[in-house]
Write a protein that binds this ligand. Structure first.
Ligand code: GLN
Length: 547
């Protein structure tokens, strides 16, 4: 049976709770334990799938097709454990489950209340698959004191109370602000936050305190005394140069030891940190640098492309170079020539996206990359735009476009080289969609197989002709244009196993130009960089004459 670690936050949001949870997961693995990480989000959206990236950052897609919080990306990148649908839940999903059951009559006429019905639903969720792992880490989104988070806090309180003593541990993340004028590190906000937590029945066992510098012994003891934790359970979380130093930094601070102590596990198994020592060495000692342009729409908020930025870093680590990202707003190219913005950059990446805004700019970026022999990686919409560019400028289909944009505007303007996908095969089953479907959860989502062409650039990069990658899209390149595009030199080097859905395209006479319909960035890890990102960065190095 699993032991449970609940991770909560206080004082302010954005303290890196997801990262702390992920790093703790990695440290427990380093001591030989199996882990699963889970995120409980208090917002009322059923899932983040329909939320704007500006609101919520990137949507992370799991193999089993769930659209989840970006923290699940951190969990996977640090532990390598593939997240599942059941590892991400929101108040919206909880309530919609409860209301569905109420309509079905499952509650036998009872009055439905937050306690016990909503809290029971949350507790059932927390316990899913508990027999499979040694530790289940559950992160509660938001901060203690938020009205909407209360049912979650109440549920974890009940959960730990109902379980045998010693099966649950609470870790609370707070901020120790540094007051410059008086030169002091302030513990009061943390004291208040813990007081708030205790007032709802939760006593934290471990405090993780974000601070700019180290925490002096005096403050540590004060926190321990006022917050009722042991001094060695006050863990300092200082700002780091790279997130991938977090496991080692937390280990030095004694986080994993404090957790094992809180569970009474003695003697604690010795950790093997080789993986993280190698990762830190690669991050800290690059032997060169390349700059990659990301030509996208949400360039104001880097969290919108979190996994892509991380996967690029991993590609750099595999090649021992630092990857710098130049964020370029695709809309600039609506009115301006891309050359001055892209000239001299070593590679161009066009990420996924939705809606027409900025797409003509992305098409121009693809054209620039093709004509100037700059390595290009197009992901999902970035592949679709590369295909449209090829159709327009190389295959003579001047009005090629995507049905997505015509449908958005309610006006037919384009030859739909990219069309609305209405049926496909998943495993042995046929999936059908129509234009009137709900927006949420109806895309082609999750892991699908693809078959790669022997001798292609992608087959060489993967070292295989059978792959499985994660998808999140509603539109698809129409295979009926394959011949015309292949005649123009754009090779369809990856297809769905039934040969109906183009998965990968690449220009034959180009140093490195690849478009993929899926999201390779979601599966990349610092200790296992994705083969496409590794090869892409290699191509950027060749372009920069680093090799
Ligand atoms: N909007 C496009 C589609 O739905 C691309 C989606 C994406 O880039 N994730 O097919």
């Amino acid at each position: 049976m699993a032991r449970f670690i609940f991770i909560t936050g206080g004082v302010v949001s954005s303290l890196g709770k997801g990262l702390a949870s992920a790093a703790l997961g990695a440290l427990l693995q380093a001591r030989g334990y199996s882990v699963r990480l889970r995120k409980l989000d208090p917002y009322l959206n059923v899932d983040p799938g329909t939320m704007s990236p500006y609101e919520h950052g990137e949507v992370f897609v799991t193999d089993d097709g769930a659209e989840t919080d970006l923290d699940l990306g951190h969990y996977e990148r640090f532990t390598g454990v593939s997240a599942r649908k059941t590892d991400s839940i929101s108040s919206g999903r909880i309530y919609s489950n409860v209301l569905e059951r109420e309509r079905r009559g499952d509650y036998l006429g009872k009055t439905i209340q937050v306690i016990p019905h909503v809290t029971n639903e949350i507790k059932d969720f927390i316990a899913i698959g508990e027999d499979e792992v040694d530790f289940m880490l559950c992160e509660i989104g938001g901060t203690v004191g938020d009205i909407e988070g209360l049912p979650f806090f109440e549920a974890i309180r009940q959960f730990s109370h109902e379980r045998p003593r010693g099966q649950c541990v609470f870790m609370h993340l707070t901020l120790l602000p540094w007051i410059k004028a008086s030169g002091e590190l302030k513990t009061k906000p943390t004291q208040h936050s813990v007081k708030e937590l205790r007032s709802i029945g939760i006593a934290p066992d471990i405090l993780v305190c974000r601070s700019e510098g180290p925490i002096p012994q005096k403050e540590r003891e004060k926190l321990a005394l006022f917050c009722n934790v042991r001094p060695d359970s006050v863990i300092a979380a200082q700002d780091l140069k790279s997130i991938y130093e977090a496991p080692l930094a937390y280990h030095r601070e004694g986080m994993d030891q404090a957790v094992l102590d809180a569970f009474g596990i003695a003697p604690a198994p010795k950790p093997n940190l080789d993986r993280w020592l190698d990762v830190a060495d690669r991050v800290n000692n690059p032997e060169g640098e390349v700059t990659v342009a990301i030509v996208g729409k949400y360039t104001q908020l880097e969290d919108a492309y979190k996994s892509i930025a991380e996967a690029l870093t991993h590609g750099g680590m595999a090649n021992r170079v630092k990857v710098k990202v130049r964020w370029v707003d695709a809309e600039i190219f609506d009115s301006e020539d891309p050359t001055p913005h892209l000239e001299g950059l070593h590679a161009i990446l066009v990420p996924g996206g939705f809606g027409e805004r900025g797409t003509e700019g992305k098409i121009k970026a693809a054209q620039y990359a093709r004509e100037h022999n700059v390595p290009y990686l197009g992901i999902c919409l970035g592949m679709q735009m590369a295909v449209i560019e090829a159709a327009r400028n190389a295959a003579g289909l001047a009005d090629a476009g995507s049905e997505e944009f015509d449908l958005e505007l309610g006006k037919k303007r384009f030859t739909p080289v990219v069309y609305h996908l209405k049926e496909w095969v998943q495993g042995n089953a046929k999936v059908e969609r129509s234009r009137d479907d709900d927006k949420g959860g109806t895309m082609r989502l999750g892991a699908y197989d693809a078959v790669l062409k022997d001798g292609s650039r992608v087959a060489a990069a993967y070292g295989s002709t059978q792959i499985e990658e994660r998808h999140r899209h509603r539109y698809e390149v129409d295979v009926k244009y394959r011949e015309a595009l292949e005649n123009a030199g754009l090779c369809f080097s990856g297809m769905s196993p039934d040969g109906k859905l183009p998965e990968i395209v690449e220009w034959k006479d180009h140093p490195w130009f690849i478009g993929v319909q899926f999201h390779p960035e979601l599966k990349s890890k610092p200790f296992e960089p994705h083969p496409l990102f590794k090869d892409f960065i290699r191509a950027a190095m060749e372009n920069s004459r680093l090799v």
